[in-house]
Design a protein around this ligand. Structure first.
Ligand SMILES: [Zn+2]
Length: 115
């Protein structure tokens, strides 16, 4: 008679429809239901470990996304600063350029001396 590896109770191995083996108690009930260490049978500890790994992977992904968002925000701020800088430069060039290049006063004096 085989014994349960985790609780050492006497069990009967019964083949399932899927071709697997299911431990049963001597009274015919599933040993999964009565075994105090059923978690070990079902591999629950492995499953929880897997889910925690999945959570860790998700956390890494979230951190990656957050990093990208903060990078994008920094780029946006830099772009806004650039636009403001360009606007300021354009405004400055507008007044300075008009004064130096056209110089209507110089031509005015030239024509005046010619007279
Ligand atoms: Zn057991």
């Amino acid at each position: 008679m085989p014994n349960c590896r985790s609780c050492d109770a006497e069990i009967i191995w019964e083949e399932t429809d899927k071709g697997g083996w299911h431990p049963k108690n001597l009274d015919g009930t599933s040993h999964f239901e009565t075994c105090p260490n059923a978690d070990q049978h079902r591999g629950k500890s492995r499953a929880s470990g897997g889910s925690s790994t999945a959570i860790a992977a998700l956390e890494t992904k979230i951190e990656d996304v957050l990093g990208r968002i903060s990078k994008a925000a920094a780029m946006y701020t830099a772009l806004a600063v650039r636009v403001t800088d360009l606007e300021t430069r354009l405004k400055g060039k507008g007044t300075d350029g008009d004064g130096s290049t056209q110089s209507p006063t110089g031509s005015g004096t030239a024509s005046g001396s010619d007279d």
